[in-house]
Design a protein around this ligand. Structure first.
Ligand SMILES: Cc1cc2nc3c(=O)[nH]c(=O)nc-3n(C[C@H](O)[C@H](O)[C@H](O)COP(=O)(O)O)c2cc1C
Length: 210
């Protein structure tokens, strides 16, 4: 193994733009591009067939006891207005009241559970949402998983027959987002500086239990 192997891998993990281009649609590249996005290009209208393609990943996923209890409501166009007032974005940057006007998402996937959720339903949920976000990135879109939402209001607005567990915003991202190391003070909070959204992440050494 070359001496600078780990160094190179870390460079890829942090991802400069040249690295991202090189990684293209490798798993590392998709993971890097799959940043939580809270500002979208409002001129780009997400189509229902794009949401269908994203949801289709669920036909190939692991599921506890293979129960496959998750169901998906696709929301596009004018209907997005029924979801927007009931979601909360970027509580860590509450002073900005995200999304900024004109940067709202115009499509959502509302993930529901066809039965009263148990612990394993939430594990299925995580597998599902991450897979859908990676698929979104592969087709040139971005997204955000939103757990902070008014479930009662969204159930009513969309006449959902099932309990909503997560709202996933989908759109063409209009933000510059970069990963950085956790600062010396240990603060994990994301922050913005000079128009860039920074997301601190632990290093692989910090993750592994010695
Ligand atoms: C289970 C879960 C729930 C989340 N809920 C929200 C939410 O309600 N609103 C929001 O703006 N971001 C939400 N996020 C996004 C996180 O804030 C985001 O993952 C974190 O800031 C790290 O950024 P990154 O996804 O770009 O790595 C959620 C993420 C997860 C995994």
């Amino acid at each position: 193994m070359a001496d600078n192997y780990l160094e190179k891998k870390m460079e890829q993990y942090r991802g400069g733009s040249a690295t991202v281009a090189k990684l293209k649609n490798s798993l590392a590249g998709l993971l890097l591009k799959n940043r939580s996005t809270r500002g979208y290009d409002s001129t780009f209208k997400v189509r229902k067939d794009q949401l269908q393609r994203i949801v289709a990943v669920n036909t190939k996923l692991a599921s506890a006891r293979n129960r496959q209890l998750l169901r998906f409501k696709l929301v596009t166009g004018e209907d997005a207005g029924m979801v927007l007032p009931h979601i909360s974005m970027g509580v860590g940057l509450s002073e900005l009241s995200l999304p900024l006007p004109g940067c709202e998402p115009n499509a959502f996937i509302v993930v529901c559970s066809a039965e009263e959720p148990r612990n394993s339903t939430y594990i299925d949920l995580g597998i599902s949402v991450q897979s859908m976000l990676l698929q979104a990135v592969e087709i040139g879109l971005n997204g955000l998983c939103i757990m902070s939402f008014d479930a009662e209001a969204i159930t009513k607005e969309l006449a959902l027959p099932y309990k909503p567990l997560m709202v996933v915003a989908i759109g063409k991202g209009a933000e510059k987002i970069e990963l950085v190391d956790i600062p010396a003070d240990g603060n994990h909070g994301y922050f913005r500086k000079d128009g860039v959204h920074y997301v601190p992440k632990l290093t692989v050494d910090e993750l592994i239990i010695e």
